[in-house]
Write a protein that binds this ligand. Structure first.
Ligand SMILES: [Zn+2]
Ligand SMILES: [Zn+2]
Length: 418
């Protein structure tokens, strides 16, 4: 039997030594077998209004058999999509139109692309939101931001975390194996994210909370040990993956940044996705690209850490080359890097002097080989070929991705390390 302690964990963050008041909008989390039959009861307990907009796609609604019956006594309006793979601004506008000015809440039934427009529509119209997760496929369930494609570009919009999150372990375990493997890939990425965050805190003084970092670290460590059960239909494992994904989402709220959940590997996956959307290609599942990018970063970071000593220099960037790679996206990239860029705040002398500490940080996470083995057991995609990308494009995304964010990662410092 799976039982979640997530609400106790949230409460344990009321007081934190880092000095920041940690906050999440999440008020209730229920992860249990048969939760689908209790959705109505859980919403009532949490003060949801009688009028509900149930948003799903045909697959997620079918997977959630019993949910409509559990909502007896509610006035239901439905928005059932055929199959959303990419969340677009039109979806958000459509939902907003349906709830505007009404005493209504949204119940989003699904994962990723179903939840994202709901999160933004509920935020814009100031309505309550419940997410009923149907697959442990990515870590966005508790997130406060929504990645939405707007006029061909994927952007992250500030939205809202759901007040209530529900997962039925039976349904989560029954989800297609590739979605569960994708969720696993998204979790392994946290190792890189955590190292990048710590290194940036060390060299730029960026805010860092050890307790939030540990929340993510513990969640991913637990999953590493369950790798061989990821693709089987096992309620306990599915519940654990879902819980780990929620925990990192909540960690992002606590840190008010995506730092605890994403490092250089997520930026690589993001730029890949931007390029594909621009070219009219439907991107892979988030955790598939992220997982493969994670393996590349692990190999690179492990290779760097083999060096006992380094020389460090100021970064020299051929900005015209960078902007020409970004093409129609170059204005945004320019804005991130002018009048100053993130590496201006890294002192090469300090980088050299603290190299041993950086090596220790890289060695504090499982190695490339360990993560590769775990991902293989978990049925994850492992190579650039597995995710159907062009090798040259993938290499270019690694090379140019660090410039699209104002965020220090070890990948960004490659040119400073001699
Ligand atoms: Zn803290
Ligand atoms: Zn992710």
């Amino acid at each position: 039997m799976f039982e979640t302690k997530i609400m106790d964990i949230i409460r344990s963050f009321d007081e934190c030594d880092c000095g920041v008041k940690h906050y999440t909008a999440v008020k209730d989390v229920v992860i249990e077998s048969g939760a689908v039959n209790r959705v109505g009861e859980i919403l009532k307990k949490n003060g949801f209004p009688k009028s509900l907009l149930l948003v799903a796609d045909r697959n997620t609604l079918k997977a959630s058999e019993g949910i409509v019956e559990s909502l007896e006594g509610f006035d239901l309006t439905y928005k059932i999509y055929d199959n959303i793979r990419v969340a677009e601004m039109e979806h958000v506008e459509e939902l907003e139109e349906m709830i505007k000015g009404k005493d209504m809440a949204i119940l989003s039934v699904g994962s990723g692309s179903v939840n994202d427009p709901c999160r933004l529509a509920a935020a814009n119209q100031n309505k309550k939101l419940c997410i009923f997760g149907t697959a442990p496929s990515m870590d966005g369930f508790a997130s406060y931001s929504s990645p939405i494609v707007n006029k061909g570009f994927k952007e992250s919009f500030p939205a809202k975390s759901p007040e209530v999150i529900i997962g039925d372990t039976k349904i989560l375990a029954n989800a297609p194996a590739y979605l569960k493997s994708s969720g696993f890939g998204d979790m392994i990425a946290k190792y890189i994210g955590l190292v990048d965050w710590q290194v940036s805190a060390m060299l730029t003084g960026e805010y860092y909370c050890p307790k939030v970092a540990k929340l993510t670290r513990d969640a991913v460590d637990i999953l590493m040990g369950m790798a061989d059960k990821v693709t089987v239909n096992d309620e306990y494992t599915a519940g654990k993956i879902f819980e780990a994904l929620l925990m990192t989402g909540i960690g992002m709220s606590f840190a008010q940044s995506s730092r605890p959940a994403s490092g250089s590997e997520h930026i690589v996956a993001h730029i890949l996705e931007c390029v594909e959307l621009r070219d009219g290609i439907i991107p892979n599942y988030h955790g598939e690209d992220v997982g493969v990018a994670t393996l590349h970063m692990l190999r690179l970071y492990n290779q760097l850490a083999e060096r006992e000593e380094i020389e460090a220099v100021k970064e020299k960037v051929d900005w015209e080359d960078v902007y020409s790679f970004y093409g129609s996206m170059s204005d945004d990239v320019r804005r991130m890097n002018t009048p100053d860029t993130v590496t201006d705040h890294v002192d090469p002398t300090e980088l050299k002097e603290r190299w041993q500490e950086i090596r220790d940080l890289i060695h504090s996470i499982p190695s490339y080989e360990e993560c590769y083995d775990a991902m293989k057991k978990a049925g994850c995609k492992l190579t650039v070929q597995d995710i159907g990308k062009d090798e040259k494009l993938f290499a270019d995304c690694i090379k140019y991705s660090p410039y699209m964010r104002r965020r220090l990662t070890i990948l960004r410092m490659i040119d400073m390390i001699k």
